[in-house]
Design a protein around this ligand. Structure first.
Ligand SMILES: Nc1ncnc2c1ncn2[C@@H]1O[C@H](COP(=O)(O)OP(=O)(O)OP(=O)(O)O)[C@@H](O)[C@H]1O
Ligand SMILES: [Mg+2]
Length: 263
């Protein structure tokens, strides 16, 4: 048993937009060094959960602790969190080069009015090298493919050299091979000691890489090791219909049978 304090702790957290409760009594503990996937159907509250951890959304009930502190009181510890937001929230028409996007990740360290120094430029180059995009450095973001853009935003999150990396659907819209290489990259970060929390829809594939899965559907339906948590019952409860795994080679696939919605 590790005695290290958890890196994220949610105790009885409920979140509402106006009068609509979207997260209900969520308890979640993430130990340092974990690689956790948050899964659940569209509208389940996954992004809301991530935004709550980041302190961007305030719960109506319960307590959120990140590095042992409420998100609003993190101060300089905030730099220890790298965040890759869900892609549709990003304005891609903004005319900016790849290197400048990655530098944006340093502004948390820099403060608004200081110019980047040598250490910042070096950190940006290191972050780009980690995700293998140095050859894209001078290209405009708008010219890149979806998979390349995801790497740029990952590099931006890495530019602060975070202890905790949070990604919201980093593989949405990218092909299977690109997703696999991203998961492998994230696992290598975990092996270097980083804590990784990732929202994903690739239920079966993700479970090959992570050591924990949190199934969210307004409530935390289940949380634990993927082979324990990803049962037919849990998936059925989450997706509101009959869902099950079948094994094709070594990769489990999830099958959701339409027309069997359970109430
Ligand atoms: N800013 C907001 N104001 C009002 N309602 C919101 C807001 N953001 C999200 N919601 C609602 O809260 C619920 C949960 O949304 P959330 O974005 O957290 O889901 P999600 O699990 O990330 O979904 P997806 O898989 O589609 O990304 C949805 O019903 C959504 O419409
Ligand atoms: Mg979302």
């Amino acid at each position: 048993m590790s005695t290290a304090p958890p890196i994220i702790e949610l105790r009885h957290v409920s979140v509402a937009y106006g009068t609509v409760k979207v997260l209900d009594d969520v308890n979640l503990t993430v130990p340092e060094g974990a690689f956790l996937a948050i899964i659940g159907p569209n509208g389940a509250g996954k992004t809301t959960l991530v935004r709550t951890i980041l302190g961007l959304v305030k719960p109506i009930e319960g307590e959120v602790l990140v590095f042992g502190k409420p998100p609003k009181e993190l101060g300089p510890l905030r730099r220890e969190i790298g965040y890759v937001p869900q892609m549709h929230t990003v304005d891609l028409k903004f005319p900016v080069r790849v290197r400048d996007v990655v530098m944006m990740g340093r502004y948390a360290r820099l403060g608004l009015f200081r110019r980047p120094g040598k250490a910042d430029h070096e950190a940006v180059e290191r972050a780009m090298a980690k995700v293998d995009i140095q050859d894209l450095a001078d290209r405009p973001l708008s010219d890149l493919s979806g998979g390349q853009r995801q790497r740029v935003f990952l590099a931006r999150a890495l530019a602060t050299e975070p202890r905790l990396l949070i990604l919201d659907e980093p593989t949405a819209g990218v092909d299977a091979q690109t997703s696999t290489s991203l998961y492998e990259l994230l696992r290598s970060f975990q092996q270097e000691g980083m804590t990784v929390l990732m929202v994903s829809h690739d239920v079966g594939v993700v479970s090959q890489y992570v050591d924990g899965v949190a199934c969210v559907n307004r409530r935390l339906v289940a949380h634990g090791r993927p082979e324990v948590v990803l049962t037919d019952d849990t998936l059925a409860e989450m997706y509101g219909c009959q869902a099950m795994f079948f094994h094709h080679g070594h990769v489990p696939h999830m099958v959701v049978r339409a027309g069997e919605e359970k109430k």
